[in-house]
Design a binder for this molecule. Structure first.
Ligand code: ATP
Length: 365
């Protein structure tokens, strides 16, 4: 078990800054997910934690011990790569037990540990098969087995499910999380897939262009995004963004949108730009006759018990998640009401949220 602390970590590749000044702590036993678009610096951060890449500046502490300049092999951390790098000529048993055998562990103990891990991953029946003919999910389980058999202090996983198809990915997400609940090892998991992150993480660390933008539990980053980038990256469909009037003092509780006045949480600081951006999740907007903002229905998608209604307004196009009992017709003009507690106001100059309900106040704290 281990706590991983990253302090002011920076990585340059020549003139290019891949990771700017990152600081965070992954708590003992936590499932910590690093999320962000391709090229944002997630893998580089993970590789520095693993000891596969040396930082340009900053420190990495494992259980309080400074391991910044220790080699990967001295860190007692297991790394699970994206590709299923199994040894094709070996059986499942020999693949899983490989790290124990090269460590010189007595044979009986190797057998016991390997079988225990195979039971945990429900691949006991495959132990004496070759890995060649295995299905993708089983290959992934073997790769996981090889990573956890060593009982390392922490696991680092770089898009381990990236090569699986969508249905399988969902199943493996569930399995990985259950496995984590059982063994409770500190895990840092890298992905660009927000659904994976939302479904597995204790906390999500969202990065963009080498910077950590926000760290928090899934619901918190969903309900109280720190920046417009985070708001747009998390949630499917994404948060709606509407053009609103800027130049607001601190403490404002309403914002003008195309002649309508929309109530919102109090602004924490003044917003000096001429324009602001109002963010509203599709489930936080209602179609109602007396809604202050008007728009025309552009499309309706039925999704089982709910529907997604696309509405064009003068301030931008938005999507509303509504029960199927709401009836609208294409081209019809409708009113839109916003959940005043849940909308978020962003400053387009800094990208930061200047008005949002406190997470604790939202009742999840
Ligand atoms: P992906 O999911 O595509 O791997 P990522 O968020 O993990 O994205 P990194 O792999 O950490 O991103 O890369 C961050 C940036 O650093 C990218 O622009 C990448 O091109 C650059 N980079 C990574 N490794 C090197 C290297 N060895 N030399 C030069 N540039 C690099």
């Amino acid at each position: 078990m281990a706590e991983i602390r990253v302090e002011n970590l920076k990585k340059n590749f020549d003139d290019f800054v891949a990771v700017h000044d990152s600081s965070f702590t992954v708590e003992d036993g936590e499932f910590f997910v690093m999320l962000g678009p391709s090229g944002c610096g997630k893998t580089t951060t993970l590789r520095m934690i693993a000891g596969l890449e040396m930082p340009t500046e900053g420190k990495i502490l494992l259980d309080g011990e400074d391991v910044t300049f220790n080699r990967g092999s001295e860190r007692d951390i297991a790394f699970v790569f994206q590709l299923f790098a199994l040894y094709p000529h070996m059986s499942v048993r020999r693949n899983i037990s490989f790290p124990l055998r090269i460590g010189g562990m007595p044979r009986r103990e190797v057998r016991e540990r390997t079988e225990e891990v195979a039971r945990l991953l429900q691949i006991e029946h495959l132990l004496d098969r070759g890995v060649g003919g295995l299905a993708a999910g089983d290959r992934q389980r073997v790769a996981l087995g090889r990573a956890i058999v060593r009982r390392a202090k922490a696991f680092l996983m770089d898009e381990p499910l990236g090569a699986l198809d969508a249905e399988f990915r969902d199943r493996m997400c569930e399995e990985l999380r259950l496995l984590h609940n059982r063994i409770g090892a500190t895990t840092v998991y890298v992905t660009h897939d927000q659904i994976e992150a939302m479904s597995m993480a204790d906390r999500i660390c969202i990065m963009n262009q080498g910077e950590v933008l926000q760290i928090g539990p899934p619901l918190e980053v969903y309900e109280r995004p720190a920046t417009k980038f985070v708001a747009g990256f998390i949630g499917s469909p994404a948060m709606n963004f509407l053009r609103a009037m800027g130049k607001l003092p601190a403490g404002a509780t309403e914002v003008g949108i195309n002649g309508a006045t929309i109530a919102m949480p109090e602004t924490r600081e003044p917003l000096t730009a001429d324009e602001a951006v109002l963010g509203a999740r599709p489930e936080h907007i209602r179609i109602s006759d007396d809604g202050p903002l008007r728009g025309r229905v552009f499309g309706v998608e039925y999704m089982g018990a709910r529907q997604l209604i696309t509405v064009d307004t003068e301030a931008g196009r938005l999507r509303v998640r509504a029960p199927n009992t709401v009836k609208v017709a294409y081209g019809e003009t409708v009113g839109l009401t916003f959940d005043a507690e849940r909308v978020v106001l962003f400053d387009p100059e800094s990208d930061r949220a200047v008005a949002s309900t406190l997470f604790e106040e939202a009742g999840h704290g």
